[in-house]
Design a protein around this ligand. Structure first.
Ligand SMILES: [Zn+2]
Length: 412
């Protein structure tokens, strides 16, 4: 995907002065240049609030190590024009991986944000050892496919949440047996031999849509994500909102049907018992259609199969008030639907939600629809994950749920 300089209005990470940690300031400088496309030293100093001397030293190091490239002097009306710097796309890579119930999606993204390799592989064994083995194989595959002498700076991994909730076990719908209570970041860092940052799937999907999809020009949006269950990612002011413990947006467990279906969380009538890929496959199974994958679901949709049509109508009826609730809570520019659900089915759900209930978003002169299908499809969460090794450590306030060991951004 083409490199897209982010407009200066976007919030930037701020460095620490004097140097609290050297690696932190290096990451801040690199991320600031990446966001703006190209910058001179004095602009970097202003944006990062680091001293001119600190910026000068860090820029020199980053150039020498191949993370930044010197572009030459910018033409200006007067005075000595500043030398400008840009991120070297070939200077390093980050990997993003989505570990889902039955597959692992892996992407390799360069420092300029371009996808260099991608792959989806079936996951037969979701135990710790099985995931470790396949994850290592997949990472090796995309690194090989990229065909570049790349430096891997880390891997962002998305796994289904919620994390560490007592009395709200995901056992039953959790696709990853044996992972409860484990230090997933540590186990995966060992298997992948690179620093690992863990994120929940819906938040990573929102970051992916923000960097690569429909959310590119948006600063405030909600992303409803069809993953293992039903999740919500929220981007506020260009940043993901995670809550105090990284579990914000667990909308799948909002009760929507009084006395409804029993949920694995222990509650009844939870939204994801009706509006999720799992709920759809369950409905189809009850209609005698077993093991329906994405292609079969699309076929059933095209042929107007009553089980699928009925499911879409019910899910849309339950989702529509939740969309209005999200609008009233967050006042987003739009609500994006995406994830594992086939595009055509998402489109049908959006159509079936119309007209949406009245909310603060019901206003004349809207430039974009209230609800839209995401643009990045099944790669969404993995793309967001690939941004985490850089993004997460760039922004100190995001450190709360970062399970990765503090690691140096170092060459090699
Ligand atoms: Zn529930």
């Amino acid at each position: 995907m083409p490199h897209r300089p982010v407009p200066p209005s976007r919030s930037v990470a701020v460095g620490t002065n004097p140097e609290r940690t050297r690696s932190h300031n290096r990451r801040v400088v690199l991320e600031t240049v990446r966001q703006h496309g190209q910058l001179g030293r004095s602009d970097i100093a202003v944006l990062t609030r680091l001293t001119a001397q600190a910026v000068s030293n860090i820029v020199a190091e980053l150039v020498e190590e191949g993370f930044l490239i010197e572009l030459g002097r910018r033409r200006t009306a007067r005075g000595q024009p500043p030398v400008e710097f840009a991120v070297n796309p070939d200077g390093g890579m980050t990997a993003g991986m989505e570990i889902a119930a039955d597959h692992i999606t892996t992407v390799l993204v360069d420092l300029a944000g371009r996808v260099r390799a991608q792959r989806i592989a079936p996951l037969a064994d979701a135990t710790v050892a099985g995931v470790q083995q396949l994850a290592a194989t997949e990472l090796a595959w995309v690194r090989q496919a990229a065909g570049l002498p790349e430096r891997l700076l880390g891997c962002g991994v998305v796994m289904p949440g919620p994390f560490e909730i007592e009395g709200m076990s995901s056992v039953g719908t959790s696709p990853l047996p044996g992972w409860a209570g484990q230090d997933a970041a540590q186990l995966l860092a060992e298997a992948l031999n690179t620093p690992v940052v863990i994120e929940n799937d819906a938040t990573a999907a929102a970051v992916g849509e923000h960097l690569h999809g429909l959310g590119r020009n948006l600063r405030h949006f909600c992303q409803i994500y069809f993953g293992a269950g039903l999740g919500l990612g929220v981007i506020i002011g260009g940043q993901p909102y995670r809550g105090a413990f990284g579990n914000a947006g667990e909308i799948g467990h909002i009760p929507v049907v009084a006395g409804g279906r029993l949920c694995a969380c222990g509650g009844h009538g939870c939204l994801e018992r009706y509006a999720s890929v799992h709920a759809l496959t369950e409905t189809l199974r009850e209609a005698g259609i077993v093991a329906a994958g994405p292609e079969e679901i699309v076929q059933l949709h095209r042929s107007g199969h009553p089980a699928l049509t009925g499911w879409v109508a019910e899910a849309a009826t339950l989702l529509a008030p939740v969309v209005a609730m999200l609008e009233n809570l967050f006042d987003p520019e739009t609500v994006i639907l995406g994830g594992e659900m086939p595009d055509e089915v998402v489109d049908a759900m959006i159509a079936a939600m119309t007209p949406l209930p009245i909310s603060v978003a019901s206003r004349r002169g809207r430039s974009i629809p209230r609800v839209q299908r995401g643009a990045t499809g099944r790669l969404t969460a993995a793309l967001g994950a690939a941004a985490l090794p850089l993004l997460d450590t760039m922004t100190p306030k995001l450190d709360r749920v970062s399970l990765a060991p503090e690691s140096e951004l170092s060459p090699g």
